[in-house]
Design a protein around this ligand. Structure first.
Ligand SMILES: [Ca+2]
Length: 458
């Protein structure tokens, strides 16, 4: 079988619980759902470091942050290291990345391994963005989500039809500050979006780090986020509700534009006879809090932020309408693409091809535990640096720094407490789980070589 084309569509900060196929209570995403219904939906796809640039570097390299050098938003990527686009390119694929890059610009930081690249500087603007077209700066009139899709379609149309393609379509939406286009500006005007079940979280029964974080809907969203000040006289819970509606509606309007543009791309594949021969993936660089726990933003190892949406269609080998709960990580994507291209996974990649998972044949020795680490201690939103492990049922988190809060542990039983409202770390009934997962955390840190902070003895 000849290697498939690869269309990898990734957005920025789009949480799975804002997609209908993942059970969204707040919006509809018919085109993303179409990929799921004609292919597979992964229910336990997770990032290994829930922040923009690090997730992107992990996807390109197949390696954890501490092994590819992009630990934080302030670490530009060294493009001289091996990446899957370079390997696909060497294997005969034509490759392109269009949209958000966010891994630095100039010299060794520009995209490498791409026949064509046209990327936003940093986060990029929603309206009339500047872009670096093979390094040449241009102002592009229009709305960024439409523009990125237009450019992708134009590149697809001009491709060499004699060779497979790998196109990375990287939307910058729905990143803060959630600016919708004219077409979707009034979507949801006449209704209230439901508040999430944990909207009124008081942060009791967990580490102090949750209460300490500065990403609260009521306290930390500013007038620029809400596109203007609140009505005079609004305060307390009513103000919190008003801010949530302003935030979530703009977020979902940005998502709606992505969904529309995915529809355009799927239509193009149909009309040009490419649908059967193309692996289409939609994902996001990580999740996001959608008012859950009274928060926006990400970073925490909590579910809403840790989980990545991931739907994939390739009719030749992925069963339509299937799902999997296997634990897949963003460092598995590079090995997956190499696998489809007929290439082995390099020994120094941390991930493993999840091709068999997508086919519904999860290998018996597939991972049952994941390792996660967030490095940006106290940056931007006051989230303490932490690392941890998650199995199908439990999650252990260690906030390892000692200023401004003392080091803290959390353990969640995801079966009994899926919303992570009560840490059972100190519950004697969970002592065996604590002991086992602390052992696993120590083992994984050593195996992966992520030992830059001392292991807490005792
Ligand atoms: Ca992001």
């Amino acid at each position: 079988m000849s290697p498939p084309n690869i269309l990898f569509i990734m957005s920025d900060d789009h949480a799975a619980h804002a997609m209908t196929c993942y059970g969204s209570r707040i919006n509809e995403t018919p085109n993303m759902d179409r990929i799921a219904s004609e292919g597979v939906r992964l229910d336990n796809c997770f990032c290994t470091n829930s922040i923009c640039a690090p997730s992107r570097a992990t996807i390109l390299t197949g390696k954890y942050s501490h092994r590819n050098g992009v630990l934080t938003l302030d670490d530009p990527m060294d493009g001289r290291q091996p990446t899957f686009p370079k390997m696909l390119q060497a294997a005969g694929y034509q490759t392109a990345v269009i949209g958000k890059w966010h891994l630095g610009h100039g010299g060794i930081h520009d995209p490498t391994g791409f026949d064509y690249w046209n990327v936003l500087p940093g986060q990029g603007l929603y309206h009339n963005p500047r872009m670096f077209d093979l390094g040449e700066e241009r102002i592009c009139p229009g709305y960024v989500t439409d523009l990125i899709a237009d450019m992708c379609l134009e590149w697809l149309d001009g491709r060499d039809r004699g060779r497979p393609f790998c196109l990375l379509c990287h939307h910058t939406a729905p990143h803060r500050r959630w600016e919708p286009d004219e077409k979707h500006a009034h979507l949801y005007d006449d209704l209230d979006i439901p508040e999430p079940p944990t909207f009124n979280d008081d942060y009791a029964n967990r580490s102090q780090s949750a209460a300490y974080a500065k990403m609260r809907i009521d306290r930390d969203l500013d007038d620029e986020d809400t596109k203007g000040p609140p009505p005079a006289g609004l305060s307390g819970h009513a103000l919190k509700q008003w801010k949530y509606q302003r935030y979530i509606k703009d977020y979902l309007r940005c998502v709606a534009s992505i969904d529309d543009n995915i529809g355009r791309m799927l239509d193009y594949l149909d009309e040009s006879g490419l649908a059967e021969d193309t692996l289409v993936i939609y994902t996001s660089d990580q999740g996001f809090f959608l008012g859950d726990h009274n928060w926006y933003d990400k970073r925490f190892m909590y579910e809403e932020s840790l989980r990545m949406p991931f739907v994939a269609r390739y009719p030749k080998e992925i069963p339509a309408g299937s799902t999997s709960d296997a634990i897949v990580l963003n460092n598995d994507f590079a090995p997956l693409f190499l696998d489809y291209a007929g290439l082995p996974t390099p020994a120094d990649m941390d991930g493993r091809s999840c091709r068999a998972v997508l086919q519904g044949n999860t290998p018996p020795d597939w991972r049952t535990i994941l390792y996660y680490r967030y490095f940006m201690h106290m940056a931007h939103h006051g989230v303490c640096a932490h690392y941890g492990v998650r199995t199908q049922r439990h999650k252990l988190i260690y906030y390892y720094e000692d200023d401004p809060l003392p080091p803290e542990w959390e353990l969640f039983d995801l079966d009994r407490d899926p919303q992570e409202m009560c840490s059972v770390y100190d519950d004697p009934a969970y002592a065996p789980v604590v002991a086992e997962l602390r052992g696993e955390l120590k083992r994984l840190r050593e195996e992966l070589g992520d030992t830059t902070n001392p292991w807490p003895e005792g």
